[in-house]
Design a protein around this ligand. Structure first.
Ligand code: TYM
Length: 333
């Protein structure tokens, strides 16, 4: 019997270590959704090679990311956890969808514009068509909801447009997915500690806290976090972006509301506030880091997990791809 639960799909690139941003914006939600939905969570290594990677590092990070997924509370008994390149239907559907996507649509993607500036000497076709592969990821699983951070909203909306277009031309084939994004003050957009006007990202090591950073490194990064020349710990995104970002992190890590946090630090300066945020994140990540280290020592277990995940994923993906190939007019093999 096919399950009646709605389906969730999401993924993270192993292009760097998992960060506080990807934890707050995505993984925290993924864990919470596991009971209510049928969840498929991917390590999108094919997306990672849109910019140059060191092959040995990519392999190490993909395996590490699986260990961290499990350590964060993603349960391989409940959710499908797998590696994108192990399920060939992603690349196959991506080609078909790229023939239903306009050049102009891809040219308007904010992330492409940013990344092509950052990697001006290596603007590959893959970087440009990246959102089509992401659409294939989502549509292969007939996904209802896609839990992501705010920065991925545009890509999920493009995916919806592509699905709608395909359904219009070839008759109903794909479920139309919705982005599932939490409120900004709850972590949908964590900013860099070094420059609170920019998103916290793997490519900015100083402003970025990693899930696997040792406690002293986390504390040092928070103590150096950019704030402002006032002293009040108060949420105001416009005039106090650094402090507001720290308050968001604190609330999400310690499970408090903004009002509770503002009251707690009333009359205290940043010298007390910043290390307290560091401590909250250290305590949040400590058990995850320890469990991930333990799992990393058991490579055979992790390999078993990703093989089993790929098999389960590929059964669902295969059904969708077969339908698509038939609808577009490919002869059966
Ligand atoms: P990626 O790998 O850049 O980021 C992974 C997830 O973390 C979220 N995120 C953040 N949320 C809040 N604040 C931040 N500073 C922050 N940084 C990252 C991202 O929004 C994302 O949810 N294209 C995707 C990966 C992908 C995907 C998919 C996602 C490929 N296929 C299919 C969903 C469905 C990406 O590059 O995310």
């Amino acid at each position: 019997m096919e399950s009646k639960k709605k389906r969730i799909f999401s993924g993270i690139q192993p292009s760097g270590e998992l960060t506080l941003g990807s934890y707050m914006g995505a993984i925290k939600n993924w864990v919470a959704l596991q009971d209510e939905y049928e969840c498929v969570y991917c390590i999108v290594d094919m997306h990672a090679i849109t910019v140059r990677q060191v092959p040995a590092d990519l392999r190490r990070r993909a395996l590490g990311q699986l260990a961290q997924y499990v350590a964060c509370g993603l349960d391989p008994e409940k959710s499908i956890l797998f590696i994108q390149s192990h399920v060939p239907q992603h690349a196959e559907l991506s080609w078909v969808l790229s023939c239903c996507t306009q050049f102009g649509e891809l040219s308007r993607m904010t992330q492409f514009k940013q990344k092509s500036q950052q990697h001006a000497d290596n603007i590959t076709a893959g970087l440009f068509t990246y959102p089509v592969l992401m659409a294939a990821d989502i549509l292969l699983y007939q996904t209802d909801l896609v839990p992501v951070g705010e920065d991925q909203r545009q890509h999920v909306e493009l995916c919806r447009d592509i699905a709608q277009r395909f359904n219009g031309v070839y008759s109903d084939t794909f479920t139309l997915p919705e982005p599932f994004i939490q409120r900004v003050d709850q972590g949908a957009r964590i900013m860099s500690l070094g420059n609170p006007m920019n998103k916290m990202s793997k490519s900015d090591p100083d402003g970025c806290v990693n899930l696997m950073d040792p406690p002293e490194v986390i504390q040092r990064k928070f103590k150096r976090a950019v704030t402002d020349s006032e002293t009040a710990v108060r949420y105001d995104k416009e005039s106090k972006p650094g402090v507001s970002n720290l308050l968001t992190i604190y609330c999400a890590a310690a499970g408090k509301t903004l009002e509770e946090a503002e009251a707690e630090f009333q009359g205290q300066g940043y010298g007390v506030f910043k290390p307290a945020v560091g401590d909250a994140v250290i305590e949040l990540f400590r058990p995850i880091r320890e469990e991930a280290q333990r799992l990393m020592a058991d490579k055979a277990y992790l390999e078993g997990l990703y093989r089993q995940g790929a098999e389960r994923a590929s059964r669902i993906a295969g059904r969708t791809l077969a339908k698509v190939y038939k609808k577009v007019g490919f002869l059966p093999r």
